[in-house]
Design a protein around this ligand. Sequence first.
Ligand SMILES: O=C1C[C@@](O)(C(=O)O)C[C@@H](O)[C@@H]1O
Length: 253
Amino acid sequence: MQARTMPFEGAQFPVICAPLVARTKAALVEETRIVAAKKPGLLEWRVDFFDDIANTAAVVDTLAAIREACGGIPVLFTRRSSNEGGEPIAIDEPRVLVMYRAVCESKLAALVDYEMSNAAADVSQVRDMSAMHGVKLVLSFHDFMKTPGAPFIASRFALAQQLGADVAKVAVMPRNMGDVLVLLGATLQANESLPIPVVSMAMGGFGALTRVCGWTFGSAMTFAVGQSSSAPGQMPIEEIEAGVAMLRRALGR
Ligand SMILES: O=C1C[C@@](O)(C(=O)O)C[C@@H](O)[C@@H]1O
């Protein structure tokens, strides 16, 4: 089945997404300029790295500065929960929701990412607030310790869709190449059975190849390093571009 593209204007298949992980507004603007010059299809602001995350006005102001510096590249706004591999942050979940609401209202981000394991009421709030402002929602699941079995991975992709996601995303940590096959197989199956784009990656060294070839199994996006990495196994944008181009030629796609 034809894979679905990410839901924003101008999205390629696959989208190459570069994380922004600087801790201050000035450093983020600088990082944005450097990373945007490499022309990824999407920038992910990992706000859990931001020193001033407790100040919602500063978050929106910094997002505006990122947008000014990014040369029109759309932004994915992500607070990665420390339960799923993110940085520890100084605010509790109700204040995280206040921040997501302000970001959605600002319409500065094309997409927001929220973990599907959060409280159902919180997921539903993020779904409603993003939809209200035309912001697309990625519902994600991460296991930084292991690769769950194929039925569980399938259930995470399906749950994201049931909860109203525009994109379903799963990241796992493989302990061997068999785990990598499990992730790729589950991705292929989810892409064939779900009506929304799916995104997946296996992290670390074993999983690195999924960042180059995951799209051939249906993953609509891959994360690559512009300046700094946000997860183990990410490779530089240039290398991912070259690898994707090589496979494209070989596959005639
Ligand atoms: O969820 C993901 C995927 C990721 O963990 C990766 O492995 O590339 C990197 C994160 O920044 C992003 O939010």
